[in-house]
Design a protein around this ligand. Sequence first.
Ligand code: PEP
Ligand code: MG
Length: 587
Amino acid sequence: MQGTDKEIIIQGTPGSPGIAFGPVHVVARGFNAPEVYEIKPTHVAGEQERFREALDKTKIELDDLRSHIDKLSGDDHGKIFDAHLLILEDRTLITKVNSAIEDRHQNAEYGFYVVMQTFLEAMRRINDPYLRERAADIDDVCQRVLRNFKHDEEHDSADRPDHQHILVSFDLSPSDTASIDRNHVLGFATEQGSINSHTVILARSLGIPAIVGLEGAVIDIKTLSSSILDGYTGKLILNPSKETVSDYKKRAQKRKIARKKLETLREAETTTTDGHHITLSANIEFTNELPMVKESGAEGVGLFRTEFYLLDGGEMPDELSQADVYTEVAKAMHPNQTIIRTLDAGGDKITAEPLTQPEPNPFLGWRGIRVSLTRIALFKEQLRAILRASAHGKLGIMFPMVSGLREVRAAKEVLQTAMDELRAENIPFDPNIEVGVMIEIPSAAIMANEIAREVDFFSIGTNDLIQYTVAVDRVNNYVAHLYKPTHPAVIRLMDITVRAAKDNKIWTGICGEMAGDLLIIPLLVGLGIDELSVGAHQLPSIKKAIRSLSQKECSEMVKEALQAASSPEISELSQSMAKRCYPDLLE
Ligand code: PEP
Ligand code: MG
């Protein structure tokens, strides 16, 4: 795709809705990847020389390190660096990087980076713990070499563009996405990622148009091509023609007018046509989302994912700093409720602490309440902070990744200790603070009746409930087609959960992405859900959808859906009601 000005349409998977216009800026992986820029044919030899120098410098560094370790240990422990040194002398690697510089006319560090990343990706996929460990060595060498590239003066300032652009990247982590500068990044497209990853969930929350699954994008797309990113259909259009630009400008304008219209519903009740009220709340990850939440007309925060705030800055904030942040949210949302979810580290999110060995299956591993219950001091600190903040506004506490009754009881015991301590220290808190659990593991849904006796509410985490029910990794594109929100087993587990809650007189919410899916809303209303919590950006259209539905009709439809044996049958039942009741929202 280099060197052509023809309009090119690249199809990916829609990640976050919205249309963005602007020049493309390509970075390889996240924000730590080296800059990529084009070099003149006459500079190829010079770039290859820069590569050789970086390798030489790294070799000297590693040799020194080896002698130093040998001296310190009085033994030959420094030989662990032999493998690193061998990598630097690998002829295939050197040839590949030199060819990349020559063939693609891209800078040396970028050529090196892409060759190494391709190699690493392949190694990480091999199911062999020894090889996976070697991948970590290679990654380490790769970082060293990158640090040792002598800077090209001309491109030193090319780091982050200070103009508005569309970011194209191999991958973005959730924290990369959270730190995106909205004044400059109009949208992003990544090679990796799936619609259920936290990166994309964050983009939807923040209203950043996004596309995922754009294979080969980083290598094929040239920085500075003009482009249109269509987050509705997953298209990235490079060098759009005048006609395409004008067509998209019209579409964007139409969407803008439709959104403006929805804003008039800001103060309106979220009530069905037959008078059934559903609480409509917003999900947040950071406090800077609060103005958007307030503007959206949300009746509260149904999920504050605290892991991004807690783990993003390296060191975990202490109790008082946490209490300040939770108090800020409590006050901003007053008199409405904010549900603070305790740390849900792990899975595709940041781990709570560096692990001695990578987890073979992070989604089935040390995640959520499992981390909290093995790091009691940290857990108690967070609970104390939430309790302190509860004196300033209406808060709720929610535990993630609960698989059964024992974990709920154990978590509540720590909460009780935190309350006792604060009472003894004369620190005010709300003793009646609501305590709930996420229902996101099938075992918890099946045990909902017993768990309901221990808590004040359930919040169904459909993102995980789907992945754990149908055994489909939510961020794995190879099996994305099997990730079915309307799988009969998922709907039946949700029904079990709601009925158990009603029998025990507690309420049920949904804070997974299903709550923001316009085609599925009739099912959720019919299941008898009491609260839906969605990204602030999605909230106005969900409110309009609920206001267009009859609870009675929806529950009749759900009776049929609960008898259905396949996902398409259930989707069809819900979709046809959505299309009949709010066709304008689905355009
Ligand atoms: C969920 O699993 O549906 C959920 C809301 O939690 P998270 O996406 O943070 O795992
Ligand atoms: Mg979850």
